[in-house]
Design a protein around this ligand. Structure first.
Ligand code: B12
Ligand code: SF4
Length: 476
């Protein structure tokens, strides 16, 4: 059987003139995971339109397309094209789960929820010539998952080829997040075994890892055991976590000791009313500054995530948030416009209030206001969003952030990391077009390390007396 797996791109990512580095970061891990369930006799190709031109002259038997909300229209066009050519087309992913009826018009089979149970079930039915129109995920486990087909990924095309997920979902339930609707009907947070996670880590060459888990720290027992086992592996890694997890004693120390160097943290808003309204209870009454200090003290850079346009936000939110982030010495910030994804509680509420202003999924990219904000106009929200990026990443702000750092190493690291991402976009564009992006991984590793080995040693001294075995190994 000839199988073609496609991660379609949204329009801007395809443009030969503008290839933001963001689209060349991570390979299509979801598709490579699904490819693991195919037979060794199957001919499989994965194509990622974010980084390569699709070969549309082929004649696969089975076409598998992954949908996010912003690539949905492109995915439907590709699905229609391959169905006309006689291929059997499967659609799955987040957007299919949110709007199955919409997706079903373009597919032979659709998949609702994660694919680890439904995809192998479909493959059996397909071989028996009795595939169903829809498969709904119910069994939620990562136990027994076949190895991810990383051999199908062209590592050269990505800055961060070593992306990895060792869990699915998240223990929280913020009303704007995709996760409640995606995992409806079964468990919405589960992890691999520590041993399976370590096997996957061992398969990844080099030093750098990027954990794409929604909340790597979500199960403290799992995370603690994983970090202890990673001690001495010499890895340098990045991940995402919550303020709550950062403030929890012990766990962050273990993470930093085994190589955590930058953490994406969902602060989302400085307003407690907003946190309450959006079900982000885990952030309520948490000392954000203390969380940032803890991270910085342990040598971990902060990528602070903020959402603009919640009901308590007026036009003062942009300047206040940016100023706060700069004063805290946050190295990088990611701003989003609140986006009511179909299927979420947020969407249901905003729709019931008659405030949805667009159902053009291309605009659901967290950079457009697709609803009427409560305390400002949609235009003010979009303008404020762009201003926030501009003001946070202007040189004077970067230098102000740098000046909060206590020593030259962390100052230099802040400067290199923040400046590297946002101040050299044309250079990145050239590098991506020249297919040389993977050459920059050693530079990224070096910046994350803070050009400094001493720190790792210091962190090890601070570790509680767990995982002694690994510590001894490291010191040998
Ligand atoms: C990596 C990533 C990206 C990469 C995407 C490319 C890539 N290489 O994957 C980049 C950086 C480009 C990106 C960009 C964006 N992203 Co993004 N991204 C992620 C992230 C962090 C990880 C994805 C991942 O690898 N997951 C792990 C794999 C194993 O899971 P998976 O991909 O979901 O695949 C599984 C299932 O979905 C299912 N499945 C998927 N496809 C199919 C197909 C079939 C046939 C079957 C059976 C099953 C199936 O089975 C797979 C195995 O279980 C997710 C958050 C998350 N934790 O998932 C956000 C996430 C997907 N991104 C999101 C968003 C909003 C965006 C952006 C629109 C906006 C922005 N401001 O960043 C842009 C635009 C993306 C686009 N192309 O349209 C949202 C999507 C919301 C939604 N409802 O669609 C998410 C969920 C983040 C969030 N919490 O809000 N992103
Ligand atoms: S903590 Fe993050 S991943 Fe978890 S539900 Fe909230 S937004 Fe989603």
């Amino acid at each position: 059987m000839r199988v073609k797996m496609i991660l379609p791109a949204l329009t801007e990512a395809k443009s030969p003139f503008w290839r933001p580095i963001k689209y060349s970061l991570f390979p299509p891990l979801g598709l490579a995971t699904l490819a693991g369930y195919l037979c060794s006799e199957d001919e499989v190709v994965i194509q990622d339109e974010h980084v390569e031109r699709l070969d549309l002259d082929d004649t696969p038997d089975l076409v598998v397309i992954q949908l996010y909300i912003t690539n949905a229209y492109r995915a439907y066009a590709l699905a229609d094209y391959y169905r006309r050519k006689g291929a059997y087309v499967c659609l799955g992913g987040l957007h299919v789960t949110s709007l199955p009826e919409e997706a079903a018009q373009h597919a032979d089979t659709i998949f609702i929820g994660p694919g680890e149970d439904t995809w192998p079930a479909f493959l059996d039915d397909y071989k028996d010539r009795c595939p169903k129109k829809a498969y709904i995920s119910k069994i939620r486990t990562l136990v027994g998952m076949p190895p991810i087909r990383r051999d199908l990924i062209n590592r050269r095309l990505y800055l961060v080829p070593n992306s990895i997920v060792v869990s699915r979902g998240c223990p929280h339930a913020c009303d704007f997040c995709y996760k409640e609707s995606f995992f409806r009907g079964g468990r919405s947070f589960y992890t691999q075994t520590v041993d399976a996670a370590l096997v996957e880590i061992d398969r990844l060459p080099g030093r750098h890892l990027y954990f794409l888990d929604d909340h790597l720290f979500g199960n403290p027992h799992f995370a603690g055991a994983l970090f202890e086992a990673m001690l001495g592996m010499g890895r340098v890694w990045q991940a995402a976590g919550t303020v709550q997890a950062v403030l929890q004693p012990g766990l962050l120390e273990k993470a930093a000791a085994c190589g955590l160097r930058s953490l994406f943290v969902g602060f989302e808003t400085l307003s407690p009313d907003n946190l309450r309204a959006h079900g982000k209870k885990q952030n309520l009454n948490r000392d954000y500054s203390a969380a940032i200090h803890r991270l910085h003290d342990l040598g971990v850079m902060v990528n602070a995530s903020f959402v603009f346009g919640m009901d308590d936000d007026d036009e003062s939110v942009f300047a206040r948030t940016v100023e706060w982030a700069i004063q805290q010495g946050v190295e990088t910030a990611t701003f989003h416009i609140l986006t009511p994804y179909p299927g979420t509680n947020l969407h249901a509420r905003i729709q019931a209030e008659g405030r949805i202003t667009s159902t053009n999924w291309d605009l659901y990219d967290t950079r457009h206001a697709v609803f009427q904000p409560a305390k400002m106009s949609a235009e003010a929200l979009e303008a404020g969003y762009w201003r926030a990026y501009h003001e946070f990443y202007q040189w004077s702000s970067i230098l102000q952030g740098v000046s909060t750092k206590p020593d030259w190493t962390s100052r230099l690291r802040h400067l290199a990391y923040a400046g590297g991402w946002k101040k050299f976009e044309p250079v990145w564009d050239w590098v991506i077009r020249a297919h040389r992006v993977s050459n920059f991984l050693p530079l990224l590793e070096s910046v994350l390390e803070g050009f400094n080995k001493q720190e790792e040693h210091t962190q090890l001294q601070r570790l509680p007396a767990v995982g002694l075995g690994q510590r001894e190994t490291l010191q040998e």
